[in-house]
Every structure is written in C-alpha cells, then in structure tokens.
Design a protein around this ligand. Structure first.
Ligand SMILES: [Fe+2]
Ligand SMILES: [Fe+2]
Length: 182
C-alpha cells in the first residue's frame, strides 16, 4: 500500500475509557487516511496492486468508520448534553459541527465513488487523476479544518461538562454501537 496505516477500521480497539480519547483516536485515523488519499494522487507511477489496496482501505474507512464517528458526534454527544445549560460558545460550536458534517458527507460520497472504481479497475488512475485531485483536495481541506475546529472548540468544552459517570456511559454507548454494527 502507499502508506502504512495502523488500526484502520473502527475505534473500538482503543484502550481508553475516555470518550474524548476515543474521538481523538478516530481523528488520528481520519488524518492517516487523508494522507493515504493524498499519496494516491501524488505518487508518479504506483503499481496497480498499490492503487487497488489503497482504494480498498479508503472505501472501507470513509464508507464505514467515518459515518460512525460522525454519528457519535451528531447523536451521542449532543444527546448527552440535552436539557442542560451549556455556554453559548459551545452551542454555536456544536451547530457549526453539525452543519459541517452535512457538507462533508456529499464530498466524501463523491470521493468514495472514484476510489471504488479505482479499487476495481486500478489501471484507470491516469484517466481519473484529473477528477480525483480536486476531489481529494476538497475532502482533505474540509475534513482537516473540521477536525481542528472540533479539537479546539468542542471536545475540551464538552469534556468540562461531563461527570465521570457520564464519561463512562458515553464510552459504553460508542462501543455498543460498534459491536451492533459487527
Ligand atoms: Fe465531526
Ligand atoms: Fe470528529
């Protein structure tokens, strides 16, 4: 493959009991896969096997693990805060977070369609590169800014509001969701 990935599927294997630790570990894996997507368009003449393997990982990660991460944030995180008084800055940050998810989703979907074609027909890379380059740039720019913003404006503020009990409950709910997905 074009880049070495570690712990590529979901974040259920993370030993941490802290939900923010789980979310941050996911961010690490998202960034790793964005690096892989960039390598795919940067490497001059990758082998067909490399292209196929890399696209297979990208389709699997962005098609399955990323949506779970986004649902953790859109549903579990927000559910945990429901009904309590939170600072206006956090209310604003959460609404930006959800709005960004809605923008990221179709951009990722378009990239997945290209990666899926290349996974199955890796020799098409030279034909598809002109389409893949701007799509990779779009996905990468949107996601990297989004992850940075969550780490700066959402996770620390949410963390301050949760009790130890709530932290454990959130972690448990995230893990249960992954187990239910198989
Ligand atoms: Fe997010
Ligand atoms: Fe996130």
């Amino acid at each position: 493959m074009l880049i070495k990935l570690t712990g590529t599927s979901t974040h259920s294997a993370d030993p941490s009991d802290d939900p923010m630790g789980l979310l941050l570990a996911c961010h690490g894996r998202i960034r790793q896969h964005l690096d892989l997507a960039q390598r795919l368009v940067d490497v001059a003449e990758p082998s067909a096997q490399d292209v196929s393997d890399s696209c297979s990982s990208l389709v699997r990660y962005f098609g399955r693990a990323l949506p779970l991460h986004i649902r953790d944030e859109d549903e579990l995180l927000i559910d945990m805060l429901r009904g309590r008084s939170i600072p206006p800055s956090l209310t604003e940050a959460l609404s930006v977070m959800c709005a960004e998810h809605a923008v990221i989703d179709p951009a990722i979907e378009s990239a997945i369609q290209l990666w899926r074609r290349l996974r199955d027909e890796p020799l098409l890379l030279s034909n598809l590169r002109d389409e893949l380059m701007p799509q990779t740039l779009l996905v990468s720019t949107l996601l990297r800014a989004h992850l940075d913003r969550e780490e700066r404006e959402v996770f620390p503020a949410v963390s301050l509001l949760l009790s130890d009990e709530e932290r454990k409950e959130l972690t448990q709910r995230m893990r249960q969701r992954r187990q239910a997905m198989g």
